[in-house]
Write a protein that binds this ligand. Structure first.
Ligand SMILES: [Zn+2]
Length: 107
C-alpha cells in the first residue's frame, strides 16, 4: 500500500479522532510506509527505563510519543486552523496550500 504523504516534519497538526482528540503538536517524524506520524506530546505512552549509571540514566518510568495514523490528524493552517492540504504550481515548484484560505503552508 502506498499513500501519498503530504505532511512533513515540523508541520503543526491537530488530532481529529482517538484518545488525544483536540491535541495539537509539531510533527517529529513521518513514517510514510506505515502512514503514521510521531507528534510531539501526542499519544504519550509510559515506558519503563532501566537505570544506566554510565549514561546517567536514573531509571523509572518515562513518557514517550507513540505513532498516530496520518488519517487521524489534520494539518493546522497558520491562518484558519485545521484544514486540508491542496497543491499549487509556482513556477516549477509544487507547493502545499491550505484548501480553505489558499494560503501557503510552506514557508
Ligand atoms: Zn488556511
Amino acid at each position: 500500500m502506498h499513500i501519498r504523504v503530504d505532511i512533513k516534519r515540523n508541520d503543526t497538526v491537530k488530532v481529529m479522532t482517538g484518545r488525544d482528540k483536540g491535541k495539537q503538536g509539531r510533527v517529529l517524524r513521518v513514517f510514510p510506509n506505515k502512514a503514521q506520524l510521531l507528534v510531539e506530546h501526542v499519544m504519550m505512552v509510559k515506558k519503563n527505563v532501566r537505570p544506566n549509571p554510565q549514561r546517567n540514566i536514573k531509571g523509572g518510568i518515562a513518557e514517550q510519543e507513540s505513532p498516530i495514523a496520518i488519517s487521524n490528524v489534520m494539518i493546522v493552517c497558520p491562518t484558519c486552523g485545521p484544514s486540508r492540504i491542496g497543491h499549487e504550481h509556482r513556477g516549477d515548484r509544487r507547493v502545499r496550500i491550505c484548501k480553505r484560505c489558499n494560503g501557503p503552508l510552506d514557508k
